[in-house]
Design a protein around this ligand. Structure first.
Ligand code: PRX
Length: 640
């Protein structure tokens, strides 16, 4: 708590307008600080107020939040509201329709890839569809606790499918529709899903993605394929929710792991519900007349928390967009903002940087006076992109909330509150309620005041992940072993003289390409599976739009020549193994790789070579320094 300043600084910062402050849930920094202290000192009281908005079949019996974050003291665990029973689908739909009388309110304005392709779904209609589909799942034998894999485009049916699972206590495991058959298969096997819900296909821009054909590459018996529309036609609109325990699993979502194999991040019912509801309401300062639009895909955590659960828990109206920011032209986003009078808009720095390239004219063609708050997520936002977003898109009227969080955290953990927190472009500012950050040095000592090091958290908040599905040991090793007593984010962080936190990016072997996390090991193992490749090393190279691009060094087997045909094959190989998001940008033939005497590849040196930085720092541990010159000579200057 002492790391949060008493007063926000008066200089170098940008403030929300008086109008926004007048109506805001958290109108000032003083109010934030007061509530923050309460949230940390009395979590039960703070979250108890949030929980009051929801329906509980039975009340919790034990501690509000029980946990162990210290591996030296036993197993790591987090439990929130144990003993309570509820249903998240009931809370985000039935409660809104029946108790809050929001049945006729629009839940989603669905905007298709093709302009003019649109539909509107109210809360009542969404509830009906969810009940029908929940009955379909039941008729297929799906029961509480069963895992259901979902591989679908951004259509209303995707939301229906996930909420239908939640209604009957089944655990959804959504796989982003850009992943390959092999990635889908790996996730289905790991989570032991009993059923896969998919679609024929969809258009992304002018490209047709045939999901069903991709899914069919997964070993599959055609006799068990069933059609959504024929099943749902005859299904009943009545479906009693299955009451779940607070700590029953809600979903599994895979995220890249530094060892290569993706981790099934598991979230549970009550804590996730409270956390996504509260962060949505306070970080976007939600009011009932808002039209909210998050451009993420539901296949990622941002879509889970801030398209489906958080907004619906608040009874919000959202835009659900199937397409791309550049199709049919680079004005599409602003056209949609204008069309639906979007007031809260949430996107990724990579999208901002992409659109920034086309200047302000495509933005200014459309009316954006409805906008009140702008959000960003997925990677550090460079101050230049922040300023463009703030000045050009938001006309300097709209605070920018730079929300730092992870698949693992369930919801925002470091973020400004739009009317309360004076903004510094590029800083995720301060912790959300209940979150206690710290910065550690390499030896695990907590640093005070202005400092830089590992970003960790000292205690859980309701929405933090509970385990890695099927591998609790991996959960403990990945997040808790390095610094006992702390949850380790894997990100570096700096705290400035005013106490503001600045996320500096991953400090493990992860890359962030267009806001998507990839592990270097995952891409390397896809490359070495090619018969021509003996060894591969992948590093990130800064990219003006994507944040980072993939620069791959490959050592070929003896007697094999490097040529363009091979390069094309290698690219294809990675796309097929992982998906288009992991397509290499550069591939360099590397007859030798820089290694330490113990045989460890020195990625730090490779990163410098990829960027053509001649000053390599200390290379005294290199086993054979002659490879360096050759690597510089063979550098790739243009992307493949
Ligand atoms: O490195 C951080 C970066 O994205 C990582 C989490 O990725 P993922 O689990 O895929 O979730 C992305 C959406 C929540 C983090 O470890 N990251 C995310 N948001 C920010 C960020 N880095 C800096 N600033 C952010 N606002």
């Amino acid at each position: 708590i002492k790391m949060i300043p008493d007063k926000a600084p008066g200089e170098e910062v940008l403030h929300a307008s008086g109008d926004l402050k007048k109506q805001a849930h958290i109108p000032s920094f003083e109010k934030y600080k007061e509530l923050y202290i309460r949230s940390v000192e009395s979590p039960e009281e703070f979250w108890g107020d949030v929980a009051e908005d929801f329906f509980w079949k039975t009340k919790y019996t034990g501690k509000f939040l029980d946990y162990n974050f210290d591996v030296t003291k036993g197993d790591i665990f987090v439990k929130c509201m144990e003993g309570a029973t509820t249903n998240i689908c009931y809370n985000v739909l039935d409660r809104n329709v029946h108790e809050r009388k929001l049945g006729d309110k629009v839940a989603f304005y669905w905007e298709g890839n093709e302009p003019g392709d649109e539909k509107t779904v109210t809360y009542r209609e969404l509830l009906q569809q969810v009940c029908k589909f929940a009955n379909v799942l039941k008729s297929q034998g799906v029961k509480k606790g069963d895992r259901v894999s979902i591989y679908m485009p951004m259509v209303v049916e995707l939301v229906v499918a996930m909420l239908a699972c939640a209604r009957i206590g089944a655990v959804h495991a959504i796989v982003f529709a850009g992943f390959s058959a092999e990635s889908l298969c790996e996730r289905i096997m790991d989570s032991q899903c009993c059923i896969l819900i998919t679609a024929d296909g969809f258009y992304r821009g002018d490209k047709l993605i045939s999901l069903k054909l991709i899914a069919d590459e997964v070993p599959w018996n055609p006799e068990v394929d069933l059609c959504w529309h024929s099943l749902i036609g005859g299904a009943s609109e009545e479906c009693e929710p299955v009451w779940c325990d607070s700590e029953d699993p809600l979903f599994i979502l895979y995220t890249s792991g530094s060892t290569g194999k993706p981790k099934g991040v598991l979230h549970t019912v009550s804590g996730y519900m409270l956390y996504t509801a509260a962060t949505f309401k306070l970080v976007f300062d939600y009011h009932s007349d808002d039209v909210y639009w998050c451009t993420a895909d539901i296949g990622w955590i941002t879509g889970h928390s801030y398209i489906t659960y958080g907004p619906l828990a608040n009874g919000a109206t959202s835009v659900l967009f199937e397409g791309l920011p550049t199709y049919p032209d680079v004005s599409r986003m602003w056209e949609i903002v204008d069309k639906y009078h979007v007031s809260k808009f949430y996107t990724a720095p990579t999208a901002i940087r992409l659109l920034m390239k086309y200047g302000s004219e495509p933005v200014q063609k459309y009316n954006r006076t409805s906008l009140k708050i702008l959000g960003t997520v997925g990677e550090p936002i460079n101050p230049e992109a922040w300023q463009w977003y703030y000045s050009v898109v938001g006309e300097k009227r709209c605070p920018v909330v730079d929300t730092f969080w992870q698949t693992e955290t369930g919801g925002h953990v470091m973020t400004p509150l739009p009317a309360a927190t004076p903004m510094k472009p590029g800083s995720a500012t301060f912790p959300f309620f209940g979150v206690v950050p710290a910065i550690l040095n390499e030896s695990g000592e907590e640093l005070e005041g202005p400092s830089e090091g590992y970003l960790v958290f000292k205690q859980p908040w309701p929405g933090v992940m509970r385990t890695v599905y099927g591998n609790h040991e991996r959960f403990e090793t990945t997040y808790f072993k390095k610094f006992p007593g702390f949850y380790v984010t894997g990100d570096g962080c700096r705290r400035d003289k005013d106490g503001y936190y600045w996320i500096t990016g991953r400090i493990d072997d992860m890359l962030n390409v267009s806001g998507h996390l990839l592990s270097t090991a995952e891409v390397e193992s896809a490359l070495v599976e090619h018969e021509a490749v003996a060894e591969a090393a992948v590093v990130g190279r800064p990219h003006p739009v994507k944040g980072e691009s993939l620069y791959c060094f490959v050592t070929l087997n003896d007697g094999i020549n490097y040529n363009q045909k091979l390069e094309v094959e290698l690219k294809k190989q990675v796309r097929e193994k992982i998906g288009a998001i992991a397509t290499p940008d550069y591939i360099q033939n590397a007859p030798g790789l820089p290694k330490t005497r113990s045989g460890k590849i020195m990625r730090r040196v490779l990163r410098k070579i990829a960027c053509n930085e001649q000053d390599l720092g200390d290379v005294s541990t290199l086993a054979d320094s002659s490879v360096i010159e050759q690597l510089f000579e063979n550098r790739c200057c243009t992307a493949v």
